[in-house]
Design a protein. Structure first.
Length: 450
């Protein structure tokens, strides 16, 4: 059952763990806040000639600062320097190609230079790409600012997404090709063990809450809730008590985001059920640390450990965990992304037969092909070394090597509605024939977010 749990979670979380970016600007250190506010006030009053040198002085102390660059570009445009303004806007567009304010102001500057085609391209309604939670937190503002089309003055942000659809699963129970296979020196038959394909319907929901503890500080209280329900069409799965699956999660903790550093700790609780009859409950902490070496290069460290309780097989109870390091790179005008890294995986169960150590290597590419279409292929390989043979009939310790490969596609109908499709292939090679299987999962559906 744990194998199905993690395969299902991987399929769901490949598209469910996203949050819409609300803002992308940082602020200078506190001692310069008064000068920055004064520059903003002068610019709002139409005194660009006085605001411009203030922005220039602030940028000398904080080179490349996003919000200050935008202020200087606006002042330059107001002073009749469109070439300088366009150059600054192009720099910001490389970092944030889909921020509406930047695109529209850049279009004005290009139009003033006579670059009509470029201006029309920039003035088109930009896409609203989703970015991962870590990137959202890293670039959140730390004081109210009018520079974004969003309302950054809100200390509390609540977002969510609902999704529903259909899928085909070639091996819903992740079983071997046949009920008869060799274990050790014996040929055995295990009724019901063979793979079973099915059509299925699913419903998912994810919600995220952020509350800044004060208006200028870096501390944010965070919480999340997840739900995934799947109903399988193949009635034969009812014999295995696997006609329906339910998975839920609640999590909460604290986030620290300051300058180029992001740290978050959450305590989570998860439950996975077959037909509300056979469940796995997992509780424990999750840690994430991100270092933004540059706006386009992030180092990501993640770790979690939890205690799992199996209602139907207490010998699987124990501690399980992972710890990994990843590199994420953003590139291109549409802010494509590439992630690669590896992690340790392990578990210590009551029964040593279910205890293991191993590793996983993973890579994922995120491509914004057009303003509406995103494609994200991904590949991972996991190897697990168990402390005991899989069954009493075998003499060698169990060893599994699992390849996962797939692609997720999103077509945005509007800011809220999207069509989603995904494909995932799993091939698990094991020393034990009981755990050898391959699986194809194809899904499509629609989602609504807010």
């Amino acid at each position: 059952m744990s194998r199905i749990l993690f395969c299902l979670m991987a399929l769901f979380l490949s598209t469910a763990g996203l949050a819409k970016a609300q803002d992308v600007f940082q602020i200078p250190v506190q001692r310069d806040a008064a000068d920055w506010e004064r520059a903003d006030e002068l610019l709002a009053e139409g005194k660009a000639d006085e605001a411009y040198p203030l922005y220039a002085a602030l940028l000398a102390r904080h080179p490349g600062h996003n919000a200050l660059l935008l202020g200087q570009a606006r002042a330059a445009a107001a002073l009749g320097r469109p070439q300088e303004a366009a150059a600054i806007y192009n720099t910001l567009l490389q970092r944030f190609p889909d921020e509406p304010t930047i695109r529209l102001k850049a279009a004005d500057a290009e139009r003033a230079l006579g670059n009509t085609a470029r201006a029309e391209h920039l003035a088109e309604a930009p896409p609203t790409f989703d970015f991962d939670v870590a990137r959202l937190a890293l670039f959140e503002p730390r004081r109210p600012t009018p520079l974004s089309s969003a309302d950054p003055s809100k200390r509390t942000i609540f977002t969510g997404r609902l999704r529903a659809g259909l899928l085909y699963d070639s091996n819903a129970n992740q079983g071997p090709a046949s009920e008869t296979f060799s274990l050790g020196n014996m040929v055995v038959t295990v009724p019901g063990a063979a793979k079973r394909e099915t059509l299925a319907a699913y419903f998912g929901a994810n919600f995220d809450l952020q509350h800044r503890l004060d208006e200028t500080g870096p501390w944010v209280a965070v919480a999340d809730a997840r739900l995934f329900v799947r109903g399988n069409g193949n009635s034969a799965l009812g014999e295995l008590k696997a006609r329906e699956w339910q998975w839920g999660r609640l999590g909460g903790g604290l986030r620290y985001a300051q300058d180029d550093n992001f740290f978050e700790v959450r305590l989570k609780g998860e439950i996975f059920n077959y037909e509300f009859n056979n469940s796995v409950v997992a509780t424990g902490p999750e840690l994430t640390y991100i270092r933004a070496v540059t706006p386009n290069l992030h180092l990501v460290s993640q770790a979690w450990i939890d205690w799992r309780n199996y209602t139907q097989d207490s010998t699987r109870n124990g501690f399980y965990g992972q710890a990994g390091e990843f590199v994420r790179v953003f590139f291109g005008e549409r802010r494509h992304s590439f992630l690669v890294g590896g992690k340790y995986v392990g578990g210590s169960a009551v029964n040593p037969r279910f205890s293991y150590n191993g590793w996983e290597a993973t890579t994922r590419l995120g491509l914004g092909l057009t303003r509406k279409v995103e494609v994200s292929p991904h590949v991972s390989f996991t190897q697990e070394h168990y402390r005991r043979p899989a069954t009493v009939l075998e003499s060698r310790n169990r060893k599994d090597g699992r390849l996962r490969a797939g692609v997720d596609v999103i077509y945005r109908l509007s800011d809220a509605w999207s069509l989603e499709a995904n494909y995932m292939y799993v091939n698990n090679r094991s020393r034990s024939a009981l755990y050898r299987y391959n699986q194809h999962v194809i899904g499509c559906g629609m989602s609504w977010g807010f």
